[in-house]
Design a protein around this ligand. Sequence first.
Ligand SMILES: [Zn+2]
Length: 398
Amino acid sequence: MTSTLFTGITELVTNDGMLEGADHSEHLGLLREAAVIVADGLIEWVGRAAGAPAADQRREVGGNAVIPGFVDSHSHLVFAGDRSQEFAARMTGVRYDGGGIATSVDATRAATDDQLYVLVAIRVAEMRAQGTTTVEIKSGYGLNVQDEARSLRIARSFTNETTFLGAHVVPPEFAGRRSEYVDLVTGEMLTNCAPHARWIDVFCEPHSAHAFTEDEAKVVLSAGRDAGLGLRVHGNQLGHGPGARLAVEMGAASVDHCTFLTDQDVEQLAAASESTVATLLPGVEFSTRSPYPDGRRLVDAGVSIALATDCNPGTCYSSSIPFVLALAVREMNLTPAEALRAVTAGGAKALQRNDIGVVRVGNRADLAVLDAPSYLHLFYRPGVPIARALDPGGRHGR
Ligand SMILES: [Zn+2]
C-alpha cells in the first residue's frame, strides 16, 4: 500500500467541525497551508503542511485550494436522445409540465445496452472533470420492467447510489390505466429493479397530469421500503403539494426540488432536519425559466439542505455542480460557504453517507482541486472550469 502526501494546499476545506487549528467561522473547517496523506483510497492524515509525517510519495498541489469532492445526490444520467428543441421552445415561453419525458423514454428504449453504457460513461466523466466524486443515478426513462432494470444495471457499474424511479411518469401506453401502472411499478418492476438499486423515488406532483398523486406515491414508497430500499421523493417542483410532507412522514432521506413550500412544509422539514434533507436543484429553474427555490428561507429555518444538478435531458442538461453553486449564491442568496457545504457534506447527508463529504481520517479520499487559491473562486469565477476531481493515486492533471 503506497501512501501519498498531497502538499502545497493553500486552503483546505474539510467540513470537519472538530478539526483542531482550523478556521471554523464559516463552518467549513478551513485549514491554510495544509497537507493530506492518502493511502488505499482513504484519508490517513490531515493537518498543517509543516507538521506532516513522511509518506511513500509526495505530490505538490501547486498553491491551490482543495475541497471535498462534490456529491451530486440527484441525477438522471441513463437516457438516450436529445430534447434541445424542447429547451428552445421553453425559452420562447412554452411551459414545462413533465410531458416531454415520453420523448426520452422512446429514445432510451430504442438504444442498445452498449449505447446507453457509453452515454452514461461520458456524462460521469464530464462530472468528474468538474469536481464531482460521487453521483447518484436514477432510472426512469425505461418505464417497463426490462428497460428500468437495465437502466439500473448500467447505472450500478458507475455508482452504488442507484435509484429506482419507475414512478417517474405514467408512460403513454398506460394512459387511462394509472392504477395498473402503479401495480406494475410496485410488483414485477420493483422485483426486477430492487437488486440493482439502493433507493426508490417517485415524482409526486399534483400539478402534472403525468406524475403521481399523494396516495399513489405512498403506495410506491411503501412497496420500495418493504423491498429494502431507502426512500427519496421528487416533490413541490411545479406548485405547492404533498411531496415534502409525505417525505417527512415516511422518513425519506431527501425531498428534491422544494421550489414551492408552505410555512408548514418548512417547519416540518426543519423538525426533521436530522433525517430528511431538502435537495434544491436550481439548474432546473434556470433551464425552465422558473422562480428559484428560496434557499435562504430554508437555511434560516434550520432545514438541512443539499444542492444537486438533476442532470437530465428535459429540464436541466447540465452535469456541472459549479454552475449550481453559482446559481445558489447569485440567485438564492446562500453564502458561498453554505452553498459549498450543500454540495459536499449536504449531498453526503442526503445519501446518508458518513464516509464522504468531510475530509477526515478514515473517510474516502474523495477530493477536488481548484485552479485557484481559495474556494471563493468557485463563485468569483463563474463559468470557468477551475474544479476537477483529484486522483487519490497521486495524479492531479486533467
Ligand atoms: Zn429529478
